[in-house]
Design a protein around this ligand. Structure first.
Ligand SMILES: *Cc1c(COP(=O)(O)O)cnc(C)c1O
Length: 498
């Protein structure tokens, strides 16, 4: 399959190269050039188990790796990493289904993709005559860093350095980053905030793309198609589980409600839909940072708005990078280029009515506040005994608004003919214990560890082992540096790696 840059039709590559590059030169994102080529035998795919589905889907999108390599890579990616047998189990709660994407090593959904990407990158090196080792640089506000560390640890030919703001992450998040003991992993606090870390990392990519002989810098962010494609798998898995349990009949359409930040997760859902999976609607659930809700209801994207820090921090985003992929398919390359230029220059753009109409045929945009989310946590726990985290609960609250037809003014309603609704659950409630306890109306204890124990006392469900263990583990990564020292720090670490 051929991938093309959203900003330059002359940049065409196969998947291995797209995965190594991450982003196309000139700032475009790689997309499958031909949607006909992703059409799949979905009925055949849903008969398989999770790994089988992953192999079938990766073979379509990553056909340049070859079937044997894909077999090996899928096994390596999901071996011993997930506590659930079928990786992403589906659970019934009330009159909806919750797809739990957080049974991986860091208890959040980014594990599903970040278990796969490092293996795909490592294998792509050999295919592309690329002999350098890869050093991943990441700036994190908390969650991505630990998932990336777990993904890249001990993967041959790769290393990872994560920079996080000193004093700017929760105890749980910090311990998840500073306790992993692998030779190719480094976590380092910087004296500054997340933006400082992010800006510092971007500068290093420009200044020292190859810090030392034999080592090239790369990134693991969510615009890499090596992260996007592995996420398509669980949409099929959800459907398969609904059929298997008798909740739906094969061929019925279903709705997905997706807690959205950078639009990666829901974009994977759209690809699943385009592959042929029977989907009625994709509900794009946002928190108070409702830039996508406005966009999907009016066609106006406007980043010039206040940025809110919410209790669902992984969804606090004003520029959803992966949306560019959808624009490319719906609005075409020329309009996409122009919209992205307008976004950079003026902070906003407006798509045409026809383009908006096309998007609204499958997407619905809804947002919910922190209060709506907290009420959902409490309500669903009291009525069904099911405890959600603060991101999942935003999706749940959005589902309720969507079902009640209580959508923002100007919404075009297409209704739904879905036989079931699946809410994607992106984090374990234990990961956000403090906010979850507050939503339940419980007193907070003094520490994350105690808060987790208190949540356990309420639900009786085991704390995921990856979280329970961190408080007793020795701290391996103790460095704290100034922003100005990031460059020499990276060079030193790459020297050891190379
Ligand atoms: C990253 C993240 C999201 C948002 O996913 P996108 O792919 O960025 O839309 C939602 N919930 C959690 C817990 C996350 O970590």
């Amino acid at each position: 399959m051929e991938y093309v840059s959203t900003r330059n039709k002359d940049i065409r590559v196969r998947s291995g190269k797209a995965i190594l590059d991450g982003q196309a030169s000139g700032g475009g994102l790689y997309v499958p050039a031909d949607l006909e080529a992703i059409k799949a035998d979905w009925r055949g795919i849903i008969k398989l188990d999770f790994r089988g589905m992953a192999k079938a889907i990766w073979n379509i999108f990553f056909d340049d790796y070859g079937e044997e390599a894909i077999d090996r890579l899928v096994e390596a990616s999901y071996k011993d990493k997930f506590s659930a047998q079928d990786i992403t189990p589906l659970v019934k709660a009330g009159d909806a289904y919750v797809l739990e994407l957080w049974h991986g090593p860091t208890s959040a959904f980014k594990d599903v993709a970040l278990s796969a990407l490092p293996n795909l990158m490592s294998a792509a090196r050999g295919m592309n005559g690329f002999t350098d080792d890869i050093m991943i640089l990441t700036a994190t506000s908390g969650d991505t860093g630990s998932a990336a560390i777990q993904g890249f640890r001990d993967v041959p030919g790769t290393g990872i350095i994560v920079f996080y703001p000193h004093g700017g992450v929760s105890d749980t998040q910090r311990l998840q980053m500073v306790t992993p003991d692998s030779a190719n992993v480094t976590a380092c606090a910087i004296r500054g905030n997340f933006d400082d870390a992010q800006t510092g990392v971007k500068k290093l990519f420009r200044e020292i793309p190859r810090p030392v002989e034999g080592v090239a810098l790369s990134s693991a962010n969510s615009i890499n198609i090596g992260r996007l494609v592995p996420q398509i798998v669980y949409y099929f898995s959800a459907y398969a589980q609904l059929v298997k349990s008798g909740a739906i009949t094969e061929g019925d359409k279903i709705d997905f409600v997706v807690p959205t930040g950078n639009f990666g997760d829901i974009m994977a859902g759209w690809y699943a839909f385009k592959m042929g999976l029977p989907v009625s609607r994709l509900v794009c659930a946002s928190n108070k940072n409702d830039v996508l809700t406005e966009f999907l209801n009016t066609g106006h994207y406007d980043r010039k708005r206040e940025f809110y820090k919410t209790t669902s921090p992984s969804m606090d985003i004003l520029v959803s990078s992966n949306l560019e992929r959808l624009l490319w398919y719906i609005c075409g390359p020329e309009h996409t280029l122009s919209y992205m230029k307008q976004l950079e220059e003026t902070g906003e753009y407006q798509i045409t009515d026809d383009e908006l109409f096309e998007m609204q045929k499958v997407f619905t945009g809804v947002f919910a506040s922190d209060e709506d989310g907290a009420a959902a946590i409490k309500g669903v726990f009291e009525s069904d005994g099911y405890l959600m985290d603060t991101h999942t609960s935003i999706a749940w609250a959005c589902m309720e608004k969507y079902r009640s037809g209580d959508s923002p003014e100007g919404t075009v309603s297409f209704g739904t003919d879905a036989a079931a609704t699946v809410v994607l659950s992106t984090a374990s409630p234990y990961k956000f214990s403090a906010a979850v306890l507050e939503a339940l109306g419980e007193e907070l204890t003094g520490s994350d560890e105690e808060n987790m124990k208190k949540v356990r006392g309420i639900t009786g469900a085991e704390v995921p082992s990856g979280l329970a263990g961190i408080f007793a583990k020795p701290v391996i990564h103790k460095d704290v540096i100034d922003i100005s020292a990031m460059k020499s720090y990276v060079i030193e670490k790459c020297t050891k790696q190379g």
